[in-house]
Design a protein around this ligand. Structure first.
Ligand code: FAD
Length: 433
């Protein structure tokens, strides 16, 4: 039956390509880049197809709050069909892209082919374990809703197991949480985890004291938040120390297993190991049959097209784009602005207008939060720390969330946690312990 459906779909897709008089624009990925490209193409006279392997757009910057039980998954995700439902020229396809036939101009989803005249690849990034793929099995990553709920389960189950454990050494291991990677994700997770243990869970157990949980944040480089100015890195380290987080700098993890991690000869025993150390681009370079750039990214020109293929754009975390101080970082504003730019270029092409200038990234700054009312914000012209920074961080994140319901839900949840110290989403779901 599946085979028949697949064959019908192949025929349908090719037929609609041949029969359609309008140009076919295909966007792979409805993350920050793909969605802003799709929205920018709302009014062009073309058939737009958005393909994603998930049915929802995900606001990744708040994933750590799902992982630490502050927010529920639906607060930070919105259905792609719902977001694009008012765009009459846009169709959404649920499917995992497996390849691209650049000569035949078709995107491949298994055996299914979706023809394109112009293609935007915005498939983001995935975890990278620096050549130690086996560490994926013993650490929790944070790229998807499933990752976040798995991490939440492991964190909460660790406290439950400790409550039931009579062996002191094992209880210490259960209550030790190791976060590998001192970038924004690691710092935010460490702060949120410390608050979960020291405040939200503090009075809920009878045989253990959750506030004695050991939280270790390990960074291979000389300072936390390497993309921020050094002064803010120091402030972040001090804020974490006040929350009782052990920060280890210049510490390279050399092995990870079910019992903990090693930093050279030193062993840290811990049950919950969190990976926040590295990402690599989606396998788009393989689909395109080209040599990948740094971190598996696809090197593109200043107009974000693949060299020799003006009909293929690559944007966001998957693209390697030269910026003033090296390749542009893998952050949401870069992907957003590239999506908007690409939509403008395509619209101009369809209207027969001359090409616009090269892509230029406007950097509005960096933000990271460290718990309840601590954050560091670097706008370039202004640096903030403490409560004011935390407020700026909160406003920015609520503003950029998609959907009125999500904004309201997140604001209410934050306010509730702020007043009560409670974490409303402390649910253990799923199987693996
Ligand atoms: C935990 C975490 C915290 C972060 N915090 C911040 C932050 O505070 N500030 C900030 O600016 N940035 C942050 N980022 C980075 C930011 O989220 C990314 O830079 C941004 O999402 C990149 O956008 P994108 O469109 O390239 O990819 P994504 O937003 O990742 O979207 C890629 C889309 O492609 C889809 N896709 C992937 N492969 C396939 C396939 N084979 N077939 C079909 N669909 C596919 C995915 O399902 C997804 O919807 C964070 C990232 C993470 C993981």
């Amino acid at each position: 039956m599946d085979g028949i459906i697949d064959r019908l779909e192949i025929i349908q897709d090719d037929k609609s390509a041949a029969g359609s008089a309008r140009p076919r624009l295909v966007i792979i990925g409805a993350g920050f880049g793909g969605l802003s490209a799709a929205m920018g193409l709302a009014h062009v006279a073309a058939d737009v197809t958005v393909i994603d392997r998930r049915n929802h757009h995900l606001f990744q910057p708040l994933l750590y709050q799902v992982a630490t039980a502050a927010l529920s998954p639906a607060d930070i995700a919105a259905p792609i069909r719902g977001i694009l439902s008012r765009q009459a020229n846009t169709d959404v396809t649920l499917g995992t892209v497996t390849g691209i036939d650049t000569a035949g101009r078709a995107v491949l989803i298994g055996e299914r082919r979706i023809a394109y005249d112009q293609l935007v690849i915005a498939t983001g990034a995935r975890e990278s374990y620096f050549g130690h793929d086996e560490w994926a099995a013993v650490t929790s990553g944070l790229k998807s809703i499933e990752n976040a709920t798995t991490m939440r389960r492991r964190i909460l189950v660790a406290f439950e197991c400790a409550e039931d454990c009579d062996d002191e050494a094992e209880r210490r291991r259960l209550l030790t949480f190791v976060i590998i990677g001192g970038g924004p994700t690691g710092v935010e997770l460490a702060g949120a985890l410390a608050e979960l243990a020291r405040a939200a869970l503090a009075r809920d157990f009878r045989h253990i004291d959750p506030s004695t949980a050991r939280i270790v944040l390990i960074e291979g480089g000389p300072r936390l938040l390497p993309s921020f100015p050094p002064g803010l890195s120091e402030k972040a380290a001090r804020a974490l120390a006040r929350l009782g987080v052990e920060v280890r700098l210049d510490a390279m993890v050399t092995s990870c297993d079910r019992n903990g991690v090693a930093i050279g000869n030193e062993r840290i025993y811990g049950r919950t190991l969190i990976w926040a150390a590295g990402v690599a681009a989606s396998p788009a370079a393989t689909w395109l049959g080209i040599k990948p750039g740094r971190g598996g990214r696809v090197p593109v020109g200043t107009d974000l097209t693949l060299p020799g293929h003006p009909e293929i754009f690559v944007i966001g975390d998957t693209a390697q784009v030269a910026g003033p101080g090296g390749p542009l970082p893998g952050v949401a504003p870069v992907a957003n602005q590239q999506g908007t730019y690409v939509a403008r270029v395509i619209a101009a092409r369809l209207a027969g207008k001359p090409p616009s200038g090269p892509f230029r990234y406007r950097d509005f700054g960096n933000l990271a939060t460290i718990g309840r009312h601590q954050a560091v914000v670097d706008f370039g012209w202004l640096r903030l720390t403490g409560r004011l920074a935390w407020l700026a961080w909160g406003v920015a994140h609520i503003y950029f969330l998609i959907g009125f319901r999500n904004r309201l839900a997140v604001a209410i949840n934050w306010l509730w946690s702020y007043i009560t110290y409670q974490r409303g989403a402390r649910l253990i779901t799923g199987q693996d312990m």
